[in-house]
Structures are given as C-alpha cells and as structure tokens.
Ligand binder design. Structure first.
Ligand code: F3S
Length: 274
C-alpha cells in the first residue's frame, strides 16, 4: 500500500507545550485529562508518574497540579488557589484568549454568544468567565432560536468550522444593534483541516488517527468522509482492518491535534504492510 501523509497533521503547539510541561513536572497530577488522547495520558503516567484526577475533591495535597490544555472553570481555579495548591497552568494560550475576551466583554455589558459544544470542557471553561452566563450555540439553527439582546459579543470554540462561524457573525450583524466578533478559531486545527480536505480528494482510503472523544479528530473525519467514502477513524494501529484496504492503492493518513507521533508512525507502518 502506498501511503501519503497530510501536509499538516497531529500535535498542535498547545498540546506539545502541555506535554512538555507535564514531562517537566514529574509526579504531578492533572485535573481532568491533560489532552484528549488516552494513550498519551497512559505514557505520561508510566514514564513520568503524571496522574489524572477527575474531580477536585479527589486531588491529593502536596502534588503539583497541572491545568489541562482546555482550561478549567474559573470557580474551580479559584477553589484550588484558595486551597494553596501549587498550580502549573498548561491551558493553551489560544484557549486562554477567549476566556479573557468573555470576561472583559461581559463586564462591559455585552451578551456573550459562544459557537461551540455546550458539554466540551473548553466551552465550559470559557463560559465560566462570563459575568452573567453565556449562550452556547452548536450550529446556525440553534442561533435562530435565541432571543437576542442589543449588544452581543461572539466568540468560537477553537475547533469549530470557520464557515459556520462566519454565517453566525453575518446573521448577528443584521439582527443586532452592536456586535463584536472575535475569531477565536485556532489556526492549527484549520491547517490540519485544509490538509485533510486536500489529501482525502486524492486517495482511495483515508485513515484518521485520534481519540474518539476528541472534537477536532471527529471534525477531520467528517471532512475526509465528505471527499472519500472509505474514511476510517482509529485510535491506534490495532483498530485497522485488513478488509478496508482490499483493492485500494493509495492510503492517506491524517491525525487529530492530540495524537502523538509515535501512534501515527505505528499506524503508518501497519498500513504500508498491507
Ligand atoms: Fe491550542 Fe489550537 Fe492546539 S487551541 S491546544 S493550539 S488545537
């Protein structure tokens, strides 16, 4: 099997930074998974004794605490600071930015609209910085059901589609007296998406490597599936199925922003052998 890698794939700047921080702080603990990749989390545990705690209550005192790339809600951070935890902030700067925008603009009296997934930890964190709460819309249709105020600030979850964001911004500027639009979509995701879109038009089969709970990996999968019906999302090489490759010549590979190189390499090696 011939393999073509996407021009941009895998780890982004924020994830590389968070992993480096974790590796530099052996024996620390993260609140919630540091990144969306179970295998990398296990490696950090095995090689660096970095643990994950799912709740604030279970955190052990005396260990350094790393805040994950997606950030945590403002109140959780305050609680930890009040309990004198030694906190190391690995929140991606591109996630910190919308948190600061939401805090500032809500103080100035703007209603906040977040284009994103309500249950995503990044969005929960960002919303927590709004003085009076925020409306989260997952798509254009949900926006149309909102009762809109006069002064609106719009931001986006970092991994959302720019086209839908632009459509939402356009609608708001027609329907509201004043709209401040902050494009907080992350370029790293965007670059991976463009490369996946290009490659999936050129190959017989596309393999997308990444965590099944990672929103940007799922996004890549949807883009590829649109161009190449034989697109498959796998967490690692063990999920590849021989039958997928029958009568195919060229296989494209891309990977989500939280997928480590060592996993992508193993997938590539196995695909090459088909
Ligand atoms: Fe940060 Fe963008 Fe990665 S928001 S964690 S650099 S995908």
């Amino acid at each position: 099997m011939q393999v073509k890698l996407a021009q941009n794939y895998g780890f982004c700047f924020g994830v590389k930074r968070a992993i480096k921080i974790a590796q530099d702080h052996k024996d620390s603990v993260t609140l919630g998974p540091l990144i969306h990749n179970a295998k990398e989390i296990s490696r950090l545990k095995r090689d660096f004794n970095v643990d994950t705690s799912e709740t604030l209550e279970n955190l052990q005192k005396g260990r350094q605490l790393i805040v994950r790339t997606h950030g945590i809600p403002k109140n959780d951070l305050k609680k930890l600071q009040n309990q004198q935890f030694d906190i190391i902030d690995a929140t991606c700067p591109y996630v910190r930015k919308p948190q600061m925008i939401v805090e500032e603009m809500s103080k100035e009296g703007y209603d906040i609209i977040v284009f994103g997934d309500k249950e995503h930890p990044e969005v929960k964190g960002v919303v927590s910085y709004a003085e009076n709460g925020a409306n989260v819309v997952a798509n254009f249709e949900e926006l149309q059901n909102l009762c809109l105020g006069k002064k609106i600030t719009l931001i986006s979850q970092t991994t959302k589609q720019p086209e839908v964001f632009a459509k939402i911004a356009g609608y708001l500027s027609v329907h509201c007296a004043e709209v401040r639009v902050f494009n907080t979509i992350c370029n790293a995701t965007f670059d991976n998406q463009i490369a996946a879109d290009t490659l999936s038009k050129e190959v017989d089969i596309m393999i997308i490597v990444g965590g099944k709970n990672s929103s940007n990996t799922k996004q890549l999968f949807m883009i590829c599936k649109n161009n190449c019906a034989h697109s498959y999302l796998v967490e690692d090489e063990s999920e590849l199925e021989c039958a997928w490759f029958e009568s195919k010549k060229i296989c494209g590979i891309t990977a989500g922003a939280s997928t480590p190189d060592w996993i992508i390499q193993k997938v590539q090696e196995k695909v090459l052998a088909y």
